[in-house]
Ligand binder design. Structure first.
Ligand code: FRU
Length: 554
């Protein structure tokens, strides 16, 4: 069913109305601020992230989260003068979706983030939905000067009472900063882009510079029509319609947060292709929210996908950025060094994100990820891994210390467990694993396990299905939502009978990558504070496991 998630579909309109009357819906725990008495956001000025503790057991150590309150999509992602800026959807007044504002954090290494004051706050008239930022280095907008060109944000105005459009309408607006993202001014001619007639689901502007035409291209969605709309502009203020992209791929829910990227094809002699990233909710490969992508050509006006799955085809025919349940709304960091797109994604799923048991914060970002495009088995495909800068920062955090172990686990009819011992006990660690499942039915690791391995997060190769499986069904607190799915699978091929994995475990999340980048799986889970064991396991026969672990946080 297309709109199983009606509450999400109509969340903006509902919340705007609820703000005036009373906080009615699950998504609007706190009333929106009144325009006459703007409340102060409860964000501390420039605070480094807190660390996990028994009292805040699921706080990530090496991922972006906020001190308190709700976050979802990353928005203006930009690298400026040695600093990565992440702006994001944030409720400065509560632990659930509502009062949508842009929060702000900065980092110099993509791993350790410092929370900054809220950048743009919701008002009764307007919530600030997702969008993006570019450096207008030639001051094409005229909003800065040649000497001090502006940082320009395009965002969705989700109108409430007294806004520039009727309540519930969404249109694209502009804000700019002349002090490197510290303070923001809204453009007086907002909105800069509206549909005729206006829409309640027109959102998520992301900008791409189209060099051959010397203009910016904006991708947006009409979310409930599963359509990406493309526009162009030379000054960021005036936008002309280019084309629509729709009619292919997974269609089981809203299309949100699109991005068009040009990428080099690895291993080719200078070939380039265009990639369209689209978040879909629900209808993702692991249930609920997910991210699909399309590869094709863009001629400056129209994006054409090649070899795309037909709508209604099995989900496995579409191309997915991640096979876990918690990777959504990822988009690239504008100007990130290194030559490859670096993405930041929200580690969440609308199916249950509002109910996860963390407090006083809720939501975090996934590890920054680097993309490559390859030509593989007849079609182009993305490969993902931890971004180089982030991997370097994790290596530094570990201080070069790596613990290694080779072992054979002898599981028979039931699973056999082999605890790795005290030096592998960790709440946060980066693991490089080589798994040789042999003739076993299933073999892998238990992370954040109890001493006997019966509790914990399982990452395994399952012979019968030929898949990599992340199983969070016995991994801790999971009774907060019936939609918190127990396990997820991704097709993988063994190479020489082996499976290599790079795993980042951080308090309440796991991100699993194959080193060749074909598979990424991001899943959240909520383990008991005292479950810190790492174990190897196998079922239905012996398996070999080789592990290298770095402790990237204490
Ligand atoms: C995606 C999304 C966007 C919207 C924002 C609102 O998660 O629904 O489409 O702009 O979140 O918070």
């Amino acid at each position: 069913m297309l709109f199983q998630n009606l509450r999400k579909t109509f969340r903006p309109a509902l919340c705007a109305a609820a703000a005036v009357v009373v906080a009615l819906t699950a998504g609007c725990t706190a009333p929106a601020p009144s325009s006459t008495e703007p409340p102060t956001a409860d964000t501390p000025p420039a605070a480094p992230a807190a660390a996990p503790s028994a009292g805040d057991p699921w706080r990530p150590a090496v991922h972006l989260s906020t001190d308190r309150n709700w976050i979802n999509d990353p928005n203006g992602l930009v690298y400026d003068n040695g600093t990565y800026h992440a702006f994001y959807q944030h409720n400065p007044h509560g632990n659930s979706w509502g009062n949508m504002s842009w929060g702000h954090s900065t980092s110099t290494d993509l791993i350790h983030w410092t929370q900054q004051p809220v950048a743009m706050e919701a008002s009764e008239a307007e919530e600030i939905f997702s969008g993006s930022i570019v450096m207008d280095k030639d001051n094409a907008s005229g909003l800065g000067t040649a000497d001090n060109p502006p940082m320009v944000a395009l965002y969705t105005s989700a109108y409430g009472k007294g806004g520039a459009r009727p309540a519930g309408i969404q249109a694209q607006s502009l804000a700019y900063s002349l002090d490197h993202g510290k303070s923001w001014q809204k453009y007086k001619g907002n909105p800069v882009l509206d549909l005729a007639p206006s829409s309640k689901n027109f959102r998520d502007p992301k900008l791409t510079w189209y060099a051959p035409g010397k203009y910016w291209v904006m991708t947006t969605v009409v979310a409930d029509a599963q359509t990406v709309k493309l526009f162009k502009s030379t000054d960021l203020l005036h936008w002309d319609f280019l084309s629509d992209f729709s009619g292919v791929g997974a269609h089981g829910g809203l299309w949100e947060v699109p991005e068009l990227l040009q990428m080099d094809v690895t291993g080719s002699s200078g070939e380039k292709k265009w990639v369209m990233l689209i978040s879909i909710n629900p209808g993702g490969i692991a249930g609920g929210s997910g991210m699909q992508y399309f590869v094709g050509e863009f001629d400056g006006r129209k994006f054409t996908a090649e070899n795309a799955a037909a709508p209604g085809a099995p989900l496995g025919d579409s191309q997915w950025l991640d096979y876990g349940a918690d990777y959504y709304a990822a988009n690239s960091i504008n100007g990130a060094p290194g030559g490859k797109p670096v993405l930041l994604g929200w580690m969440g799923n609308w199916d249950y994100a509002q109910h996860v048991p963390t407090t006083p914060w809720r939501g975090s970002m996934a590890v920054p990820r680097e993309l490559e495009l390859v030509h593989d088995g007849g079609r182009y495909a993305l490969r993902s891994g931890i971004a180089a800068a982030a991997a370097e920062a994790l290596g530094k955090a570990a201080g070069g210390e790596v613990r290694r172990k080779d072992l054979t686990v002898t599981g028979s009819a039931g699973p056999g467990y082999e605890p790795l011992g005290g030096e592998f006990a960790a709440r946060t660690q980066l693991l490089d694993v080589e798994l040789e499942p042999g003739a076993s039915a299933e073999a892998g690791l238990v992370l954040r396990g109890s001493a006997d391995g019966t509790r914990g997060l399982r990452i395994s190769y399952e012979r019968e299905t030929g898949t990599l499986k992340v199983d969070r069904s016995s991994a801790g607190t999971d009774n907060f939502s019936p939609l918190f799915s127990p396990y997820h699978r991704a097709p993988v091929a063994l190479k020489d009978g082996k499976l290599r994995l790079r795993i980042l475990l951080d308090s309440s999340s796991v991100e699993v990558f194959t080193p060749d980048g074909t598979v990424a799986m991001t899943d959240s889970f909520y383990p008991a504070w005292d479950d810190t064991e790492t174990l190897a396991f196998s079922r239905g026969g012996p398996a070999k496991v080789t592990i290298a672990s770095s402790r990237v946080a204490s």
